[in-house]
Design a protein around this ligand. Structure first.
Ligand SMILES: [Mn+2]
Length: 359
């Protein structure tokens, strides 16, 4: 198999002094895979692995040089923004984030309660391929609000600004098409909003995410959105079918903190590890969980805060509650970078909603 682009880790510094030299030796441009829908960097990196038929082996010297030319880029995974646009801009400045050179991953919950959900969505959508965002429970809540009849919508000022904006429908459609799970095979990093079921290996997690993402993009998506709420079934099981399985999968990806050894969620415990009732564990520490030979970056759990352990990195540092906004610089040795929130705790407290306190 031809893996010419997998030569160097993706976190290699593209701004190396050797770059001009390498560019000087290049004889032709990158061969974009005809199978790929978008000629993006991601298409390039996966194309040679997935489509050897349209990527004939090239001379060894040239193949060896190419990774340095296309290697990105610094990737920062950013915790729950929740409509804190000013804090996000503070982080952008602190990182000197440059969308031509860097990439943002967002762990979900882009919106709700921060007061600037509209600006946040416009900015992140506008980043195009420089940003990847997975769906959080608040994002799904906004999408679900958009399909309800007007009289049944909540009086949440922050979300209402999005729903009533001239580009609101476009932003919400974009949000609905975000994935539940993002996986980078070179970094071996998975990003999800909340967590993974202890019964899932990587293949299963990706399969379950894929199935629900397709349902959310299907013509019947409104039915899924209107029926996705609920704490039953309490956990994922391979025996579940239809909407029960969809609901359980969404709950794992977007609401999980603690569960038992059977993968049954505790929806009430929202504190730090150690505060949960007997028989429950932080999802990543459940005894007997499926082996994980990859790392995971998550948000959702502000009481966990900046966390590193068991190959899991927590990045929700409660920006919307007046804490901080945190980025994790991905690489062999990930590094946390935080900026203080521009908000004071308790601001916009009228925007509490059915997602529950600090959910
Ligand atoms: Mn959340």
């Amino acid at each position: 198999m031809v893996r010419s682009f997998a030569f160097a880790p993706r976190y290699a510094d593209p701004r190396s002094a050797a770059l001009p030299l390498l560019l000087g030796t290049r004889t032709h441009g990158p061969q974009l895979c005809l199978c790929a829908s978008r000629p993006s960097y991601d298409a390039l990196t996966t194309a040679t692995a997935n489509h050897p038929h349209c990527h004939p082996r090239r001379p060894p010297l040239l193949s060896a040089l190419e990774p340095s030319r296309v290697a990105p880029l610094t990737i920062y995974a950013v915790g729950d923004v929740q409509g804190c646009y000013d804090s996000l801009q503070r982080l952008v400045e602190r990182l000197a984030f440059d969308p031509t050179r860097d990439r943002f991953w967002f762990t979900g919950d882009l919106v709700n309660r921060g007061g600037q959900s509209l600006e946040t969505l416009r900015y992140i959508k506008g980043l195009g391929e420089a940003a990847v965002a997975v769906l959080g429970n608040h994002d799904l809540h906004l999408v679900a609000e958009s399909v309800k009849p007007l009289e049944r919508r909540q009086k949440n000022a922050d979300l209402r600004r999005v729903l009533e904006a001239p580009d609101g429908e476009e932003l919400i459609t974009w949000l609905r098409h975000r994935p539940l799970l993002h996986y980078d095979p070179d970094l071996r990093f998975v990003m999800v909003h909340a967590g993974l079921s202890p019964q899932w290996n990587l293949e299963r997690a990706r399969g379950e995410a894929d199935r629900v993402e397709r349902e959310l993009r299907d013509k019947d998506f409104k039915n899924v959105l209107l029926r996705m709420y609920g704490d039953k079934p309490g956990g994922w099981s391979r025996r579940l079918k239809g909407l029960d399985r969809t609901r359980a999968t969404i709950n794992v990806f977007t609401r999980l903190r603690f569960c038992d050894t059977q993968g049954q969620l505790n929806f009430d415990a929202k504190g730090a590890p150690g505060t949960q009732p007997p028989g429950y564990y932080p999802w990543f520490e459940v005894p007997g969980h499926k082996a994980r030979d990859f790392r995971v970056v998550t948000g959702h759990w502000s009481a966990l805060g900046r966390f590193e352990g068991m190959g899991v990195y927590g990045t929700d540092t409660g920006c919307v509650w007046g804490g901080s906004l945190t980025a994790l610089k991905l690489g062999a040795q990930p590094e946390f970078i935080s900026v203080p929130s521009t908000r004071r705790d308790g601001e916009d407290s009228d925007s509490a909603d059915e997602m529950g306190d600090r959910d």
